[in-house]
Design a protein around this ligand. Structure first.
Ligand code: AMP
Ligand code: ZN
Length: 468
């Protein structure tokens, strides 16, 4: 499989370090609010990657952290702790907030067919491990104590900005707009491993440490949770593109300083879901969640389908119109699959099966090209293969795509085959009339459809025809 590796800035053949075993780490959510559908785009694409690696025979172990402490409102070392902000907003304790939004996150994942990783580890359960690794970084001379906090010393590394040839002045956290300069830092890019003295005296969660009562920085948690659960060598690390700097850059710095050797071979970054007005965020603009999509009548898997229609390395613009288009296409797709589910006669044609399976695999082998994989699905439907072969292929593809294709096809009433042509044509005319805002004609056509024994409804998923 060819995968784009952010570390080498090119597509590479994916080769795990230890034979068939793949260790995979994913930055989990900061559980101070619901996940927005932008966050979930990242998790959907990472899920497809995991499922495809399993599909082609790898034995994958995937670990995810839950950020329930240490992630400040800037991705660097300034601002409020996001968890504390969430707790204040809802007049609850930090742990109550964490528990509630962790549950909400996995509920969203369930609806979107995102598999729960093999290990899910809250940062607050690993404080001793963070302290152990920070102590070792101090001993090795990669960290220093200043103004009460423990900082990582980026000047001790041969190369710090690993992902891009960033200009230090452009990216250093200390000089970003609105970010205060921390006088304690020896170098602009240094970052906090452990806070003891900060201006956030009301920080709710604090732990004893050799350097005083305090709490960990955000970056150290992912390094430690990964190393503790997946060992000294990591095959693939995932996350949204915004995490490449400073979060992942800092993870690499501290992990490799601690281990004394290279740590992770492949970095998989998912580009952003944007709205017309810019990047989607939890604090500005319309807060788009899975529940909101459901309230508006969309199936959550339609959002997954929408994501799979685009490549993970392109930013994707969300609009209701774009989602409507995906909903219509999904509905037509399941309607095409529906008649296949009723045909059981015949045997799988192995040659056709292998040929069409290879088209699907070629698509995903090519840097996880999910939109080509969906085209491969249409190729199956268009092919001359018999129904049993087609259905077997669709079932297999859906183990990776996770679109509930068979399940929703079975539920689909508006199969092109079962609804008489006359009714389908009337429904099309009615749709056009509604588009032209000719509601009198639309009503007339609805009555005609009713007289032929069908009820017609327009939903987000398209036109639904049900037998009365
Ligand atoms: P957070 O809950 O803020 O820690 O983010 C969880 C994941 O969502 C991280 O991997 C982020 O990089 C990713 N992410 C944040 N915003 C977006 C977005 N608009 N589109 C895609 N992924 C995002
Ligand atoms: Zn992380």
């Amino acid at each position: 499989m060819q995968l784009y590796n952010s570390l080498s800035h090119k597509k590479e053949e994916f080769v795990p370090r230890f034979g068939n075993r793949v260790s995979m780490y994913t930055c989990g959510p900061t559980v101070y609010h619901y996940a927005h559908i932008g966050n979930l785009r990242s998790y959907i694409m990472e899920d497809v990657l995991e499922k495809y690696l399993r599909f082609i025979g790898y034995d994958v172990k995937r670990v995810m952290n839950i950020t329930d402490v240490g992630h400040l409102t800037s991705d660097g070392d300034t601002g409020d702790d996001k968890m504390l902000k969430g707790a204040k907003r809802e007049h609850k304790t930090v742990m109550e907030i964490a528990e509630f939004y962790t549950g909400a996150f996995f509920e969203d994942c369930r609806k979107l067919n995102i598999k729960t990783p093999d290990a899910v580890v809250p940062a607050t359960s690993c404080i001793d491990e963070f302290i152990r690794v920070i102590s070792s970084l101090l001993e090795k001379g990669f960290a220093y104590q200043a103004g009460g906090n423990i900082y990582f010393d980026t000047s001790k590394l041969d190369k710090y900005y690993v992902f891009n040839d960033f200009k230090e002045e452009d990216l250093a956290v200390g000089v970003r707009d609105g970010v205060e300069n921390d006088e304690n830092k020896r170098n602009k890019a240094d970052f906090v491993l452990w806070f003891t003295r900060s201006k956030f005296d009301d920080q709710e969660l604090k732990w004893d440490s050799p350097w005083g009562v305090g709490y960990p920085g955000w970056h150290i948690e992912c390094s430690c949770i990964s190393m503790q659960n997946l060992g000294e060598y990591l095959d693939i690390h995932c996350g949204g593109i915004d995490n490449a700097f400073p979060h992942h850059t800092n993870e690499i710095a501290q992990s490799e300083a601690y281990l004394g050797h290279e740590w992770c071979n492949y970095w998989f970054h998912v580009h952003h879901l944007n709205t017309n007005s810019g990047k989607m965020s939890k604090s500005s603009g319309e807060f788009l969640t899975v529940s909101l999509l459901e309230e508006k009548g969309y199936l959550p898997v339609v959002y997954r389908f929408f994501c799979l229609l685009s490549h993970y390395r392109k930013s994707l613009v969300f609009s209701w119109e774009n989602l409507d288009n995906a909903a219509g296409a999904y509905s037509k797709l399941t309607a095409k699959i529906a008649p296949l589910t009723k045909e059981t006669a015949g045997e799988i044609d192995r040659d056709e099966y292998n040929r069409l399976m290879n088209v699907f695999k070629d698509a995903l082998d090519s840097d996880l090209n999910t939109s080509l994989a969906i085209t491969a699905l249409y190729d199956v439907l268009k092919s001359d293969a018999n129904a049993v072969t087609k259905l077997a292929l669709i079932k297999e593809f859906d183990r990776v795509l996770g679109l509930d294709l068979i399940e929703n096809a079975e539920k689909s009433d508006n199969t092109e085959e079962s609804v008489p042509q006359e009714v389908l044509e009337l429904a099309e005319e009615r749709k056009a009339a509604r588009k032209d805002k000719n509601f009198a004609l639309a009503d007339e056509l609805r009555d005609k459809i009713a007289s032929l024994g069908y009820e017609v409804r327009e939903t987000r998923q398209g036109t639904v025809l049900t037998k009365k």
